[in-house]
Design a binder for this molecule. Structure first.
Ligand SMILES: CC(C)(C)CCc1c(C(=O)O)[nH]c(=O)[nH]c1=O
Length: 315
């Protein structure tokens, strides 16, 4: 029985990692992930400069998951670049790969960061995940929801970034959108993987006792994660798995146990990110979910991930 897998030519001891944004903003958090049982890790989406982010409370647990409007708090590109280049190798006791998330506030900022990151990627030290939920100009929807802007973004990054990279996609809910988003991604061979999904945007969770919102920013509106989003996450994983045959899929959304991880892999995910459950449970979640997935595979007679990867059956 092995949970090992190869992704973009790199060996992973297991398919699990954190979702960008969760437990990956500071050096201590990143090192805690580096020394956890995860197969890999990813940094908090960064901007060029340090960002304070939104006023707290900006994250809250909710009955079936979580809500957040963090506002992109991060220590700035240089911090994560130096962490990946200099600090990570010294704390990476299990030689696990590290992903690097970028979310510039403009096409120019993201392109500039990608260009600066490229040397580290060519040395095989990082894998870029470009966050397409990044903000657009006010009045326009996030990049992932504007196909022309997404095309321009990928064209700009591809022209300065010489290595394969991936994109973090917002959730889609309409077959016309699965089709049009996949059509844009399939124009770029350098887009080697697609991470589905980011949080389901602008939900509203209400506390009935206080009659208040749970978070302060945006009048309580925020991205929804956790069990609430599992069916949408699985649909997006499978929709892009079938529409982008030349690309790998990373699944993210609603993974709280080995069962949901199994579903993501069955739907087409090669790696699986854990967000809300990691935030709530801590890094022990990786040990628990690894054990649960092993037990489930044993019960089903599977010995490797490829025995069931992408093999979802329809009726
Ligand atoms: C939502 C943005 C602030 C534009 C990007 C960062 C981000 C955040 C965040 O930092 O608020 N939260 C998420 O659930 N997903 C994200 O991609």
């Amino acid at each position: 029985m092995s949970l090992a897998t190869t992704f973009l030519g790199v060996n992973f001891a297991n398919p699990f990692m954190n979702a960008a944004g969760v437990m990956c903003q500071t050096e201590n958090e990143l090192t805690s992930l580096a020394q956890s049982s995860s197969g890999s890790l990813i940094t908090k989406s960064c901007t060029s400069a340090f960002r304070e982010g939104n006023p707290e409370p900006r994250y809250s647990k909710a009955p079936l998951g979580s809500i957040n409007s963090m506002g992109l708090p991060n220590l700035g590109f240089d911090f994560y670049f130096n962490y990946a280049k200099n600090t990570f190798p010294s704390v990476n006791v299990s030689n696990k790969p590290i992903f690097f998330s970028i979310s510039g506030l403009s096409l120019e900022e993201s392109t500039s960061m990608a260009q600066s990151l490229c040397p580290l990627a060519t040395e095989g030290q990082v894998i870029l995940e470009l966050n397409l939920s990044c903000p657009n100009v006010p009045g326009k929807p996030q990049i992932g929801y504007d196909m022309e802007d997404m095309d321009r973004y990928l064209n700009a990054v591809s022209s300065v970034y010489s290595m394969p990279f991936g994109v973090k996609m917002p959730p889609y809910f309409d077959f016309a959108h699965f089709d049009s988003a996949a059509a844009v991604l399939n124009k770029y061979d350098k887009v080697a993987f697609v991470t589905c999904i980011n949080s389901v945007g602008n939900g509203l969770v209400i506390d009935i006792d206080s009659e208040q919102t749970l978070i302060r920013p945006k009048a309580g509106f925020g991205g929804i994660g956790g069990s609430y989003v599992l069916p949408t996450a699985l649909a997006n994983v499978n929709a892009f798995y079938t529409r982008c045959p030349g690309k790998k899929i990373i699944g993210c959304g609603g993974v709280t146990s080995g069962s949901e991880a199994f579903m993501h892999i069955l739907a087409g995910a090669s790696l699986v990110q854990i967000g809300t459950q990691l935030q709530e449970e801590g890094v022990g979640v990786f040990d628990r979910i690894l054990s649960e997935l092993r037990t489930l595979m044993e019960k089903k007679g599977y010995t490797t991930l490829s025995d069931f990867h992408g093999k979802l059956k329809t009726l």
